[in-house]
Design a protein around this ligand. Structure first.
Ligand code: HEM
Ligand SMILES: *[C@@H]1O[C@H](CO)[C@@H](O)[C@H](O)[C@H]1NC(C)=O
Ligand SMILES: *[C@@H]1O[C@H](CO)[C@@H](O)[C@H](O)[C@H]1NC(C)=O
Length: 509
């Protein structure tokens, strides 16, 4: 009897094991997480990360496929690297991926009141509406056109000065001055570059803010480091926050005093508009002084370096591709001529210039990865993505994918004028080219940024020929990127400009 019982037992055991196995694997296939390398305990895949996260992720997706996952400490991340996946995540499942991750540094510096990092809720919706219809909407952009025109002219005059003497020109420096002046004039009616100590100090603080936001804080990703500050990030953040707060507090109180003595009149910049809103008590949400300061900081950090970075890349590509430069100049000479400066309104009549801009955004998106956070579980492409997963859509990688772009490493604006790729724009409708992101959480400053980029690149090539400094024997501009979460050039762009127009055209006499 014994062995019958044993055989029965064995049979039942085998059967149920098979059943269990079937159930488990069936279930696992349905609920599998995306593929990825084997994680180490505690640190996950931190050891794999290089200084440029988008390069590391690009290399990993070559090995593990365009949808994969890694763990940074205890945080689960998914990486997506095709237009189809970008669409699934950012359009089909838009509301799931409508939040962003923040770090200790961001929370400290932005009074925990940032718009760019706030969850998708009433506060975000209120500010988004304000941005779209008021602050960064078409009407307000037209209202601030004279300010941008003056700033561009000042910038061109500085270049003309260097052009006359043939001096080395620190292009990066001039561009950052220009873009931060545009933003600070629109928000606060002050210029960031100039002789006044206060405005220069604002610029310095913004620099430090963008830097610290780009750093990885170990305390944020490894749970048992939570209460330590190994890298000193918390301490530095608190210091930056104190200095920024003092600067802004002074600017705001000065304005309040001024408004008390000269009441009435039209709001003249963002600060006035917000002080009006706060005074009227008509905001749909609790809008505090901290929110105001955080929002101003958001615009500064999101809107100055990004714009300067993309123009810098465009100039570098044009120096390395002189035929493209000549062709773009010929178009401008024909449409605008050499007797007046190109304006924002010339943009639509310059298809080749627009193609140059698209080509620059394709190879050098200033924000190389769109990063979002999931607020609930979802299934993408058959894989489970749990709540609180960080999503990175690697748009830098998509711009260099030979399956999407012929000969992707060539800087060839013509591709956007040829049959297959005409009609592709950069406004978030075409998922192979998303420099401003897409959907509700896409960049609210896009219209402003495009106008600025068109007029800056347009005028600098209309007014000047671009050359390397005389002592530069390499012959080509180095295209290496700097480490960090944005993708600026590694070295400042140093050039020589040779005027093509009469200096009097620039100075407007
Ligand atoms: C060439 C210049 C610019 C580029 C390439 C750029 C790109 C981006 C990208 C990729 C995002 C994330 C989008 C997403 O997650 O889908 C973003 C968000 C944002 N951008 Fe821009 N941007 C630029 C200029 C500006 C300007 C001029 C401003 C403001 C004046 C601005 C304000 C913002 C803000 C506030 C957000 C956060 C929006 C949110 O979280 O809802 N950006 N930008
Ligand atoms: C260019 O200007 C920036 C900003 O002022 C400065 O930090 C940098 O050292 C300059 N680069 C060169 C090579 O002169
Ligand atoms: C608004 O925010 C302030 C500061 O965070 C807080 O003290 C106040 O209670 C809030 N008011 C409402 C109505 O939520």
């Amino acid at each position: 009897m014994d062995h019958v019982e044993a055989a029965l037992f064995a049979a039942i055991f085998l059967l149920s094991a098979a059943l269990l196995n079937h159930l488990l694997t069936g279930k696992r296939r349905q609920n599998a997480y995306p593929p990825g390398p084997f994680p180490l305990p505690i640190i996950g895949h931190l050891h794999l990360l290089g200084p440029r996260l988008h390069h590391t992720f690009h290399d990993l997706t070559q090995r593990y496929g365009p949808l994969m996952q890694v763990r940074l400490g205890s945080i689960r991340c998914v990486i997506a690297a095709t237009p189809e996946l970008a669409k699934e995540f950012l359009k089909t499942s838009e509301l799931v991926f409508s939040a962003r991750k923040h770090s200790t540094a961001i929370d400290i510096v932005t009074y925990e009141s940032s718009f760019a990092f706030s969850p998708y809720g009433p506060y975000w919706k209120y500010i988004k509406k304000l941005c779209t219809y008021e602050l960064l909407g078409a009407r307000n952009l037209n209202h601030f056109l004279p300010i941008r025109t003056i700033e561009v002219k000042t910038f061109l005059e500085a270049l003309m000065q260097k052009g006359k003497t043939g001096e080395r020109l620190n292009v990066t420096e001039e561009l950052v001055k220009l873009t931060s002046n545009v933003i600070s004039q629109m928000m606060l009616s002050i210029r960031c570059s100039g002789t006044e100590g206060e405005t220069e100090a604002v610029r310095t603080v913004i620099r430090e803010v963008t830097q610290i936001f780009g750093e990885f804080d170990v305390a944020d990703i490894i749970w048992f480091c939570k209460n330590f500050d190994f890298q000193g990030i918390r301490k530095r953040s608190e210091d930056i926050q104190r200095r920024y707060d003092a600067l802004l507090e002074k600017i705001i109180t000065d304005r309040e005093k001024q408004r008390r003595t000269q009441h009435g009149g039209e709001a003249k910049d963002f600060l006035d508009m917000f002080l009006d809103i706060m005074k009227s008590g008509k905001a749909e949400v609790n809008f505090t002084r901290d929110h105001l300061k955080a929002l101003i900081l958001d615009f500064f950090t999101a809107g100055t370096d990004t714009t300067a970075i993309v123009v810098g890349w465009a100039i570098a590509e044009l120096i390395n591709n002189p035929n493209v430069l000549k062709k773009a100049q010929a178009e401008i000479d024909k449409v605008v001529g050499l007797h007046r400066i190109l304006q924002e309104s010339d943009g639509p009549n310059l298809p080749y210039l627009n193609a140059v801009i698209k080509e620059t955004f394709r190879l050098h998106p200033p924000i190389p990865m769109l990063s979002r956070k999931s607020i609930s579980d979802c299934v993408i492409d058959g894989y489970t993505i749990p709540a609180n997963t960080l999503l990175f859509v690697n748009i830098w990688s998509m711009g260099r994918n030979p399956k999407i772009w012929d000969n992707p490493m060539a800087f060839r604006p013509e591709r956007f004028l040829e049959k297959e790729k005409t009609g592709i724009d950069i406004k978030g409708q075409h998922f192979e080219l998303l420099p401003f992101g897409t959907g509700r959480r896409g960049c609210p400053g896009m219209l402003l940024a495009i106008r600025e980029v068109v007029v800056i690149i347009g005028t600098v090539i209309q007014c000047f020929d671009w050359k390397l400094p005389v002592d530069d024997v390499s012959g080509l501009v180095d295209m290496t990127e700097r480490p960090g979460l944005t993708a600026p050039r590694a070295d400042d762009l140093i050039c020589r400009v040779v005027p093509r127009v009469d200096p009097l055209v620039v100075s407007g006499h």
